[in-house]
Design a protein around this ligand. Structure first.
Ligand SMILES: Nc1ncnc2c1ncn2[C@@H]1O[C@H](COP(=O)(O)OP(=O)(O)OP(=O)(O)O)[C@@H](O)[C@H]1O
Ligand SMILES: [Mg+2]
Length: 590
């Protein structure tokens, strides 16, 4: 773990050096206090001299001041390092997470991942920012104290040392156990967090289905599970602490007996014994301190392991290594390509990894020209949204390929590729920010006028102006303070503002009332003009005037053509159309 941590500490070597210097000098000063004690007893008490006592006290006072100054630097630098390193680890972790493909987040609970970013890094911070320095200081005290003990009295030192093996071996043994248990307990806590997060986020569904008792029960079990694991860990540590304390104090008592007898026999001065006891207590205390911190370090090692694991997950979708000068934007490259189609699917198949035997899209061949608008229709689960995922390269097809401007998606730099698109997803996504920031998400450098124009085009301006603080209104987490249709209009406005080369609309107007849909549809029609557009729609009326309609069924592209052509040629399309337009007629009759 230390080796791994070093990469984060290295940039701050100078501060680390200052911290270590402060740490070593305070440890040495602490040890020299023992000589002060000896002076006070031998020059002051034993020789009954007030002047001797005063001068000894002067020396002790000097040591104390120097020690305090050292302690200030030590504490400041070490805590600074802890906070700094953890901020860096967090940043690195987050940067890594954001680069992972969406499939990673389908397989891992969001709350679990969050806990690694927050709780685990906090544990790491305790270690770097306090435990580690504490341990180092105590280790130094231990070594220094032991050396001084040897110098001043070998016999007594050996008595004290008898117990060391009895302390070190259990320390290692229990330490391993604690590390494993601590990892388990962190895992459990993360699960508890994830559980709570999910049910609180969907509180309406929980309450509407009156499942409060059930979630309480589930959460309770998770919390108890975490407690049980923690208890095991605590037990191990408690045994360790008790064992060490008994050994240490026992040996000090034994040493006191032998040393006391020597003083009575006149073989040792009282000051020497006092200094020795001072060292022995210090050495014992530091050993006990190290054992206590050792458990904590083991916990942090568990946390570091979880963080490392996460950092080690490779993104299977990555930009190819291209030099910046060779990167192209769409307009540059489309001039050079010989093929007229902007986007081509060549015999492309994709199956979700969780369902390898069933192709969500099967042997798709389709070419879409620049500026063309194409609608994707078909029953639910046909693979329409999956096609958008593939276009944005959230997933890579297992067979065949997709080309944009003649280059396969894997040849594009990811950012270059995705910046050509604007997506209005099936479920509109809003962030916990105000209207303004949510709209500008698509184009951060947009001017006020641009944003207003986009909102107007999406017919969002009227309701935005009615919000309590207009464009500054805070929308709540995931836009909870808006209606479904309002959210959808903001999502459309965001896409309009982005002004992309390729527009992807997934059921963009499904939540709108007939009148708003009519208006928004007009805005979209303007937007689509001269722009390559993919529209997914269930309501066929909304896609009648696109250039071509592609009909999908169970992952297969079954037919392509205009509305009228398809009515003549495609049985599936005719059936879908009949059901819908008949329904509309019946509605009118009633
Ligand atoms: N993340 C996923 N993991 C595994 N299977 C998935 C995943 N997402 C979708 N599927 C499956 O892939 C198939 C196609 O799904 P897709 O979302 O593309 O359908 P769709 O045509 O957009 O349907 P709808 O009109 O209902 O939105 C479905 O059978 C679905 O169950
Ligand atoms: Mg869909």
């Amino acid at each position: 773990m230390l080796f791994w941590l070093w990469q984060f500490v290295r940039p701050y070597r100078m501060r680390l050096a200052v911290a270590i210097i402060a740490l070593v000098s305070t440890a040495m000063l602490t040890l020299s206090l023992g000589q002060g004690v000896k002076l006070m007893i031998d020059e002051g008490f034993s020789s009954q001299s007030t002047a001797g006592l005063a001068s000894a006290l002067g020396i002790v006072g000097f040591i104390i001041v120097a020690m305090s100054i050292g302690a200030y630097f030590r504490f400041y630098m070490v805590s600074w390092l802890g906070e700094r390193v953890v901020a860096d680890v967090r940043k690195k972790l987050y940067r890594h997470l954001v680069s992972l493909p969406p499939s990673f987040f389908e397989d891992n609970l969001a709350g679990e991942i969050q806990s690694r970013v927050t709780t685990d890094t906090t544990l790491l911070q305790t270690v770097i920012g306090s435990s580690f320095s504490f341990a180092l200081r105590n280790a130094l005290t231990f070594i220094g104290g032991l050396t001084l003990m040897f110098i001043s009295n070998i016999k007594l030192t050996l008595i004290v040392l008898l117990v060391v093996p009895f302390i070190v071996f259990p320390l290692i043994y229990f330490g391993r156990k604690v590390k494993k248990l601590s990892r388990d307990s962190q895992d459990k806590i993360a699960t508890v967090g994830a559980w709570a997060g999910e049910s609180l986020q969907h509180i309406k569904v929980v309450q509407a289905f009156t499942r409060e008792d059930m979630v309480n029960e589930q959460f309770g079990q998770a919390a108890e599970g975490a407690f049980d694991v923690a208890l095991k860990r605590i037990r191990q540590r408690a045994i360790l602490i008790a064992l060490v304390m008994m050994m240490v104090m026992g040996s000090v008592a034994g040493m006191l007996f032998v040393g006391g007898s020597d003083v009575i026999a006149g073989e040792l001065s009282a000051g020497d014994l006092a200094a020795f006891v001072f060292y022995a207590i210090m050495v014992a205390g530091s050993l006990a301190a190290v054992t206590e911190v050792y458990g904590e370090v083991q916990r942090a090692a568990g946390a570091a392991e979880r963080i490392r694991e996460l950092l080690a997950t490779e993104a299977d979708i990555k930009s190819p290594a291209i030099e910046l000068s060779n990167r192209q934007s769409l307009s540059q490259s489309s001039d050079q390509t010989s093929s007229p189609a902007l986007i081509e699917f060549n015999n492309m198949s994709y199956a979700y990894p969780s369902r390898p035997n069933r192709n969500a899209l099967d042997k798709l061949n389709l070419a879409v020209n620049a500026g063309e608008s194409i609608a994707l229709v078909g029953p639910s689960g046909a693979g329409k949204s999956t096609l958008f995922d593939l276009l944005l390269r959230f997933r890579d097809p297992q067979n065949g390929d997709i080309r944009i401007a003649g280059k396969t998606l894997t040849e594009w730099d990811l950012q270059d590729l995705r910046s050509q698109f604007a997506l209005v997803p099936q479920q509109p996504v809003l962030f916990s920010a105000n209207v303004w920031d949510n709209l500008k998400y698509g184009r951060p450098d947009a001017t006020e006028a641009d944003v207003m124009a986009a909102a107007k085009a999406a017919h969002a301006d009227e309701f935005i102006e009615q919000l309590p603080e207009g464009y500054q209104s805070f929308l709540g987490e995931q836009g909870v303070k808006l209606s479904g249709g309002q959210k959808q209009r903001l999502a459309i406005a965001r896409a309009i503002l982005r002004d992309p080369k390729i527009l992807l609309l997934d059921e963009a107007t499904s939540a709108l009332d007939a009148q708003s849909e009519h208006y928004v549809q007009q805005a979209l029609d303007t937007l689509m003009k001269g722009r390559t557009t993919f529209i997914i729609a269930h309501r066929l009326a909304t896609v009648r005037h696109v250039d071509r309609i592609a009909v999908f069924d169970q992952g297969q592209l079954v037919d392509v053509g205009s509305h009228d052509e398809l009515l003549a040629s495609s049985e599936l399309y005719r059936r879908l159309a009949e059901l819908q337009f008949q329904g509309a007629k019946n509605d009118k009759l009633t």
